[in-house]
Design a protein around this ligand. Structure first.
Ligand SMILES: [Zn+2]
Length: 390
């Protein structure tokens, strides 16, 4: 069963083999899908025949967004905390404990239903790949449960037992790290692809550089890939530990020194920027231009979570990246698609060239530029192809 998707006013392929810069844009394009994968792209005038046809009437198509940083297994609500923050309260990660209590008390079915609801919400907004972290259980059983549920919906599951030091370990962070790197890791690794740690030495709730290194090295020894919450609230060792250990991604990167930028530019670690967090905590944005100009690979993700940023919209993050961080619309879209794929070490998503998964996001607009030009308007949605569903 093959499907010809035609009437594409502007197709963004992210195919570097095409001449038109990193986005590889084809105007008046068509695309053929077989067995869930792209098998042909090109001008509509050269399109081959297929078993079925879907005409998009001149809409733009971009690769489905790759949201490489999200916390979707949780219960509870922290709208009150957001309201307080907007009235001047400072964010320091401490409210995570509220979500931990609600998550521990929730049933599997409740957590599964919330997770499924958020994933559907993302798909309706054009996100087709999403990474899901644990980190609101913080016991051996609750972390393993979170990852089991996450693994039901995505292969990109991340063990974040080192999200914060739970209240019952207050003042005993090293003891908690021993639990995370020992029995908790053993119970979680079978359900996880990645390990992550909130490295923030200035926060009373998070982990310093040595603790972060211990968590990452234990995860690596258990066969997991590495990701780091780094340099969000203040300068610190997170980025350099991430680069040194070959982490796939250092996320946040809000407070960077010249040495941090040099390390990222000289390594393979992607800098994943999460501008929804700065928006929702009223904090200064990362200096994205400095990273791009240094040659660092930059990704954009939502950090969707109930505390510091409860948006699931990649289009909103693109608009913020353009307006507040001075990315061009093309750079922002690339970061939200191919950049996210790089941050997850994936070559089958984040692009629409032959061989890639047929993860198409359709825009109710003639050009990808509208993602930033029309902020807050729900232009993007994942294309559901009859042949792929079957
Ligand atoms: Zn996060």
């Amino acid at each position: 069963m093959s499907t010809l998707v035609t009437g594409i006013g502007e197709l963004v392929t992210n195919d570097p083999a095409l001449e038109d810069g990193p986005l590889g844009v084809i105007p008046d394009a068509s695309l053929v899908v077989e067995h869930g994968h792209v098998v042909w792209t090109g001008p509509s005038s050269e399109a081959p025949d297929a078993d079925e046809r879907v005409d998009l009437g001149g809409r733009a198509v971009v690769p489905g967004f790759v949201d490489s940083h999200a916390h979707l297994v949780f219960a509870g609500d922290r709208a009150g905390e957001f309201e307080a923050r907007m009235s001047g309260a400072r964010y320091d990660g401490g409210g995570i404990g509220t979500t931990v209590a609600a998550t521990r008390a929730a049933s599997d079915d409740d957590l599964r239903a919330r997770l499924g609801g958020l994933l559907a919400e993302m798909r309706r907004q054009g996100t087709t790949t999403v990474e899901v972290k644990s980190g609101y259980g913080l016991t051996v059983d609750d972390e393993a449960r979170s990852l089991r549920l996450a693994a039901e919906v995505t292969p990109e599951t991340t063990f974040l037992g080192a999200h914060v030091v739970p209240a019952e370990f207050a003042g005993r962070a090293d003891e908690y790290v021993a639990l995370v790197t020992g029995p908790m890791l053993a119970a979680c690794a079978p359900h996880a692809r990645w390990v992550d740690v909130f490295c923030e030495p200035g926060s009373a709730h998070a982990f310093d550089g040595d603790q972060a290194r211990a968590v990452l090295e234990a995860g690596r020894d258990a066969g997991l890939g590495l990701r780091v919450h780094a340099n969000q609230l203040s300068a610190g060792p997170g980025v350099q530990v991430a680069v040194e250990l070959g982490a796939a991604s250092a996320d946040h990167c809000t407070h960077l020194s010249a040495a941090d930028v040099d390390a990222l530019a000289g390594g393979t670690t992607v800098a994943t920027l999460l501008p929804g967090v700065e928006f929702s905590t009223r904090s200064p944005y990362p200096d994205a231009r400095r990273l791009l100009d240094a040659g660092v690979t930059v990704a954009l993700a939502t950090d969707c979570n109930p505390g510091s940023c409860f948006t699931s919209s990649m289009a909103f993050c693109i608009a913020l990246a353009v307006r507040e961080m001075r990315l061009t619309p093309a750079e922002a879209l690339w970061a939200a698609t191919a950049g996210g794929a790089a941050a997850l070490d994936r070559s089958d998503v984040g692009r629409l060239a032959p061989g890639a998964r047929a993860d198409l996001a359709v825009l109710d607009a003639p050009s990808y530029r509208h993602l930033a030009y029309r902020p807050g308007v729900p232009l993007a949605h994942a294309l559901e192809l009859p042949s792929v569903r079957a």
